[in-house]
Design a binder for this molecule. Structure first.
Ligand code: SF4
Length: 296
């Protein structure tokens, strides 16, 4: 009897990653090499596939040989990077959703500084993450980055809660965690002012809709199988969060980076297995893992 194995219909690359990889592959049809500023996707297997076509990652613009174009990945970059790469051809793969977020942050910053006001811009995101660095660069670093609710208490000490506060989220954060953080800011403002902050607290809904819908559908998917194999690169922060979410609703969730890491002892013969992954996990890898699972 063949084991029931189902691939999460919502899993696979997000639109921003599909677009970036498509642009890189189109370029490599007529060239043997291309340099991407940072890994184009947080998935080692997909990076190996693209490396065979000529794509390599560099850590800085200066590492790209003179005259060679540079690819900017879906996460986006701060204005300083564009200035540094001004003499080169730039293949800009910044996701349109991130571009829109960068624009909104610039506009919010202008609003907060109007008439010499001292309002605060808060970004809910991972410190040092490329997207967050790109967002900070839009406002010359004039924002506070809060990684989680645990960091908020200290961050609040640096915020004038009697002034206006605008909050934005990195596109891949958890909607539930974002709500929790925003509620805590509202509560702190009310405590200081004695009244709710009203329009002095602006919460911007900037989690990517593709990510937000993954959070709700993944819970359902994880519950619909006896065990879940979650495929994700070790460096994907979105992968870590989605894996934890899956494991919370289905404790028999196992994370792997490739088929070679499957351990048959995880499964009982009668188990149905669901295969899911991060927004940076390619469909071909999910299919390969599913095929392997059917055979054990
Ligand atoms: S997660 Fe959303 S915002 Fe981020 S790259 Fe993908 S599509 Fe764009």
């Amino acid at each position: 009897m063949t084991r029931r194995v189902e691939i999460d219909p919502k899993a696979g690359f997000c639109g921003g990653v599909i677009r970036a990889i498509g642009k890189a592959e189109a370029f490599l049809e007529s060239s043997s090499k291309l340099f991407s500023l940072g890994a184009i996707v947080h998935n080692e297997a997909e990076l190996d596939r693209l490396a065979a076509k000529g794509l390599s990652s560099v850590k800085s613009v200066s590492e790209v040989p003179e005259g060679e174009p540079i690819l900017i990945r879906a996460h986006g970059e701060p204005p300083a990077t564009y200035a540094e790469a001004a003499s080169r051809e730039i293949i800009d793969c910044t996701c349109p959703v991130v571009l829109q977020l960068q624009k909104r942050i610039r506009e919010a910053h202008t609003r907060l500084r109007e008439g010499g006001r001292h309002g605060t811009l808060v970004i809910f995101g991972k410190i040092g993450h490329a997207e967050v660095l790109g967002l900070l660069g839009q406002v010359d670093g004039d924002a506070i980055v809060v990684e989680d609710k645990g960091m908020l208490e200290e961050a609040l000490r640096g915020i004038d809660l009697n002034e206006k506060v605008e909050v934005f989220s990195q596109t891949t954060k958890s909607p539930a965690d974002y709500k929790e953080l925003c509620d805590a800011i509202a509560e702190a403002m009310e405590k200081v002012r004695g009244v709710p902050p009203g329009s002095d607290l602006v919460i911007n809904d900037t989690i990517c809709s593709q990510v937000a819908s993954r959070y709700s559908s993944l819970k359902e998917f994880a519950l619909s199988h006896d065990a879940i194999v979650f495929v994700s690169g070790a460096s994907s922060s979105n992968g870590k969060v989605l894996f934890e979410l899956c494991r919370k609703v289905n404790p028999r969730t196992f994370r792997i980076g490739s088929s070679a890491e499957i351990d048959p002892s995880w499964f009982r013969p009668e188990d149905s297995i669901g295969v899911s992954g991060a927004t940076s996990t390619p469909k071909w890898l999910l299919e390969e893992v599913a095929e392997n699972l059917k055979g054990i």
